[in-house]
Design a protein around this ligand. Structure first.
Ligand code: G7M
Length: 265
């Protein structure tokens, strides 16, 4: 890859799920090497033809030091953030440190990925763009992963949401579900629709993944179901402004050092 020669890059290599429609070809066109056999059990290394053995490659280049850190495996710690911690620790930190959201603006301004947009509601306050997350290669529905990005640019995360944002959140939930039903014939009962806290990018976005797919970041310590968020805001307009929120931070995350320095961990 010419691009990588003199720059830092993060390259993620992933074996994509095996699709049902290529199984017949895998069974007829591959070679098998027996590894072990015991009674009715045997294991093989199977060498499939190259076109059935694709590796998905995601490239970030040039990668900042923060990108490189984000993708290295590190131990995590669960942090409890009070409303006061958010104001005095998290907010100042994210204002200084957070990843650029230029890629998000490129999507909203149709300067990138416009051909991938599945659905758009252009309303400036209630609208959003729904498109595949770049973790999904769209070759099979098993790991379906879409993202709704709001047209409003001043909502950083879950923490900023109040009951004033209910029409926006309800719109994303309803129209997102309708678009997915129309395009992929997947009903709402097959979807996991949620926000991350903390997110990696501080521009409000909602994750749509297939329920059976254990997407990275869908665990309880990071994911907040959009339907729950809506209900919580209906019962308390300032729910997310006032509650303690919990989230994992990796050992090398600068925000973790800030919590440690403040004696909060
Ligand atoms: O953790 P957080 O809630 O901030 O999730 C951000 C999501 O954005 C992740 O699921 C990423 O895979 C996705 N993502 C990040 N980038 C830089 C891009 C991009 O350039 N295009 C698309 N389509 N998704 C992205």
């Amino acid at each position: 890859m010419q691009l990588l020669a003199d720059q830092n890059a993060v390259v993620i290599l992933e074996k994509t799920p095996i699709r049902e429609d290529v199984l017949a070809e895998i069974f007829t066109a591959s070679t098998l090497k027996l590894q072990m056999r015991n009674d009715i059990y045997s294991t093989y290394s199977l060498h499939a033809p190259p076109h059935l053995n694709e590796i998905k490659a995601t490239v970030m280049c040039p990668a900042t030091e923060k990108h490189v850190k984000k993708y290295q495996r590190k131990e995590s710690f669960l942090v409890e953030e009070t409303a006061q911690d958010y104001e005095s620790i998290t907010l100042p930190y994210i204002k200084k440190q957070s990843f650029s959201v230029q890629w998000v603006y490129n999507i909203l301004d149709k300067k990138a990925e416009s051909e991938r947009i599945l659905f758009e509601d252009p309303h400036p306050k209630l609208g959003f763009v729904l498109l595949p997350d770049f973790k999904w290669d769209q070759k099979q529905l098993d790991d379906l992963y879409l993202m709704a990005i709001t047209h409003q640019r001043d909502i950083k995360s879950l923490r900023d949401l109040t009951s004033q944002h209910l029409p926006l959140l309800e719109n994303i939930l309803q129209k997102g579900q309708e678009a997915i039903l129309k395009h992929y014939s997947l009903p709402a009962s097959k979807m996991r629709i949620y926000l991350h806290y903390q997110p990696s990018y501080y521009h409000l976005h909602v994750h749509f993944t297939k329920l059976d797919f254990e997407a990275p970041g869908c665990r309880v310590e990071r994911a907040h179901l959009l339907a729950d968020v809506i209900q919580n805001l209906r019962s308390d307009p300032n729910y997310y402004k006032t509650r303690n929120l919990y989230f994992p931070l990796r050992a090398d995350d600068g925000l973790l050092s800030q919590f440690k320095e403040a004696g909060r961990l």
